[in-house]
Design a protein around this ligand. Structure first.
Ligand SMILES: *Cc1c(COP(=O)(O)O)cnc(C)c1O
Length: 399
């Protein structure tokens, strides 16, 4: 078998799907640095800084704020394995694919799932959560802050956190798509534990899951044999033991932690608020262009739409697969197809992290405009770009 070197392959792509997003050159440089030992003192300094920056981004004082070795789903599994016991009842908000996954995960660990089933593309209200608790007591509520399958942005996080705590339960949140692209306020919202991923708005390759747990959550796992060896936070915390003796648990994915360190450093340098504004500004521009081209949003309410993920129905008569393939092959742009019940009818267009720039929005709209014209879906290929440019001045002022 003759295989050409990986680094000689032609891998040109612009990532505009639901993750991964485009990785900046600085991060790619960081990941190609010399691999250090996982207990090397220089590496430990990188770990300490990574934790400090993660706490800033998560807006939390939580000591237990670390990247788990594995993709975003490993963070979900860590929370469930450590915080949920077989006799527990867990309320899960199901308004898309990822809420459904959490429910599956919780049931695999033997707990009873109490679902709040909602129409896809909507979010839960504090009253709905209150009402659900009045029907059945639960030990935890799980919800997805940014539902990547529908583009729904959960609102009223603080109020929901209050309802959860009034009922003596833990507030557990999936922030995989939101972290780094919009505000996530762990302490202010009363979130007891959350997880994220590196390949969405942090623009780091997939492979790590930043998590954060407060002391209230950590209490749940103390003195108990957690049902997962690999994700046992009681053991893992002895390795991420700032200022103390570090105990080997598993070999940290050293180069991936370099990458996360650099991705976080870039976010810090840009300024978190400036970064979130950039996501909102480019979202408004893309939305204007997509609507001009005849797309409609799955999420009907404007204030519940995510800036980093645009889940949109294609215009009437559009052949989804053909258009998608042409955008990939002729323009080297990857966009996401519809998930679950939206398969074949919708696209999920990502503007995550480094993929969210004004130039990239226009490139995207130009590509879609050209294939739409070719298949007779629009009269003028430039319509989308013009629609976007028309609101660009206003978008600049968007806060
Ligand atoms: C991508 C995603 C996940 C899963 O992350 P992986 O890195 O693919 O394991 C979980 N939740 C949400 C909301 C996501 O968008």
């Amino acid at each position: 078998m003759k295989v050409s070197p990986t680094y000689e392959r032609d891998l040109e792509i612009h990532l505009h799907g639901p993750g991964p997003s485009d990785v900046p050159g600085e991060v790619l440089r960081a990941i190609s640095m010399t691999t250090l030992g996982h207990l090397d003192s220089e590496f430990i300094r990188i770990m300490d800084e990574t934790q400090a920056m993660l706490r800033m981004l998560y807006q939390t004082e939580n000591r237990m704020t670390i990247p788990i070795s594995g993709t975003g789903s490993s963070g979900m599994e860590t929370l469930v394995a450590n915080l949920i016991e077989p006799q527990d009842r867990v309320m899960v908000v199901k308004n898309g694919v990822f809420g459904g996954r959490i429910a599956d995960e919780v049931s695999r660990f033997g707990a009873e799932v109490v679902p709040i089933d909602l129409e896809w593309g909507t979010v839960v209200t504090p009253d709905e959560v209150r009402e659900a608790f009045s029907r059945k007591s639960c030990q935890a509520l799980f919800l997805v802050h940014a539902e990547t399958s529908t583009g729904a942005h959960q609102q009223h996080m603080k109020e929901i956190g209050e309802v959860v705590h009034q009922n003596g339960a833990l507030f557990l949140v999936d922030t995989v798509t939101s972290l780094g692209g919009t505000e996530v306020k762990i302490d202010e919202w009363g979130i007891d534990a959350a997880y994220s991923g590196t390949q969405k708005c942090l623009s780091v390759p997939p492979g790590l899951s930043p998590i954060t747990l407060n002391e209230r959550a950590m209490e749940k796992l103390r003195g108990r044999k957690v049902r997962s060896w690999y994700f046992d936070l009681g053991m893992i915390e002895k390795y991420w033991n700032e200022g103390h003796q570090r105990k080997y648990h598993h070999t940290a994915p050293v180069n991936m932690i370099y990458a996360l360190h650099e991705g976080l450093r870039l976010a810090l340098e840009e300024g978190f608020e400036a970064r979130f504004q950039r996501h909102r500004r480019n979202a408004a521009t893309l939305q204007a262009g997509l609507e001009t081209l005849g797309f409609t949003y799955i999420v009907r309410k404007q204030d519940q739409r995510l800036p980093m993920l645009h889940a949109v129905y294609l215009p009437e008569g559009a052949e989804e697969g053909k258009l998608w393939g042409e955008i990939r092959s002729s323009y080297h742009i990857e966009i996401g197809g519809g998930l679950g019940k939206f398969s074949g009818r919708a696209w999920r267009i990502g503007l995550m992290g480094h993929s969210s720039t004004e130039d990239k929005v226009y490139r995207l709209l130009n590509a879609i405009g050209e294939v739409f014209e070719k298949y007779g879906l629009v009269g003028d290929r430039a319509a989308g770009v013009q629609g976007a440019k028309a609101i660009y001045k206003d978008a600049r002022r968007l806060r």
